[in-house]
Design a protein. Sequence first.
Length: 261
Amino acid sequence: MKKEKIKTLFKNIRGFSLVELMVAGGLLGIVSLVMLTSVKTTKDATKKTQQDVTIEAATAKINSIINKVRTPGMDAGVLTCENLVINGANLNINPDLVALGVFNNLNLGDGVSVNNIAVNFGDGGVVGERRPVNVVITFDIRKDGQFRQVTRTLQTMVSISNAGVVSGCLDYNSERINISATEESCRLIFDDCGAANTFNPALMARMGVVICEALGGVYNDADLTDFVPGECNKIEVEEQLSSLNLKLNGEDADDDYGVVQ
């Protein structure tokens, strides 16, 4: 009796059909593909983060050097702006970061290396006093057989003579404020600071408007950008000038007042 039951039990247990195996295999493949894609995406994101950290750390290190001015008594082994930016009486156009001791190797790891560092004068400043300097770092990045470059630009300040001789580095943060404030104030008055020192046409026009309106007139100027004054035209201005003339001279003013310019 027992043998018959066991036989019947095994007869009722059947295996997987070919269709079921194919469906199960397909589902397993899809799940595996999703997992592999997720792992690769996470790995790529981690790699990029590591590379970004390496680049920013190298940039911060160079920035700390170029904005550190050598002072009396400072240890000679401390790297400062003078080491990296200045070469004799000129800028150090393409400094050797390894020879200077900034990095032990231009290959910084994580697929990042320093391709080049260029030092050049920036815009602004005052010749004979101080000029801003750009320090442009170019990084090579390699990942999965692909190559790309990124750049970081830093700034510092040097003291310079009229002949273009660089004599030393300056405190960038304080000098930048001085230069910005001086140049902005200058351009409110002059059209070309440090050169012809011609008055700013916009300032001339604005002064004309203020003075004219203060006298109760209307200021007319066809071109506010040229250096030709406009006209202040209105009868109230003539009346005020006439009244003022009578008070000052004690006599009648001329009837023909003309146009006030």
